[in-house]
Ligand binder design. Sequence first.
Ligand SMILES: [Zn+2]
Length: 234
Amino acid sequence: MWYNSNNYPTFKHFVPYVTYTMSEDPSLIACHACDLLLKKPVTSPGKKLICPRCKSTLYHKKIDSVNKVMAISFSGLLLYYPAIFAPLLTLSSAGMTQKGSVFDAFLSFYHQEYYFVAVILFLTSIFFPLFKLSLLLSITIQIKLQIYSRSLPFLFRTANSLDEWSMPDVYLIAILVSIIKISGIATIHYNLGFVSFVFLTIMTRATASAIDSELFWQKVFQLKKSVKGVPANG
Ligand SMILES: [Zn+2]
């Protein structure tokens, strides 16, 4: 449904919380659920916009999004090495002791010819978390330092699309299930790798909830406009 410029419905509900559909006109916002086109009101951080027709959440303006994403992605990258390469658990049973890291688990699956499991583990828990956190840190540093590179829009789109692939939480659940199963037959000691992996999982998930996509796109477009010779709508 389309409205002329003098007859846009107004937002009546402002409540604290996602998916936001960006229209080509930055002064307009389109509901992702019912396609209602609305004139975008000025919102304050921490508030969300609700569609007056279908009550879907249109946009959640997040507080201090760029700084939060930069801090979370930097913290995640600091945790990355111990999370992936340090031993997670030490298992002791009948005089035998065994320990291993996430990377050891990947190698173990690979050498036992469980190639599909090895590839899934490598992509979801080792490669994509590192790729996503590195991308987000790079994007936020470029925004903070006002550096525009032609690849910035592509990098931000790529970072957004990695949410479905970066899933260390799946492997964490598998570890927790294993702990419950073997707790009766072996003594378990938690190592630095386990604590780091738990926090890496939290950081990877936290980036998704800290990103204010509209704000990021605004910053990207502002940087693009500030670069001489680059068309703003290109
Ligand atoms: Zn709607």
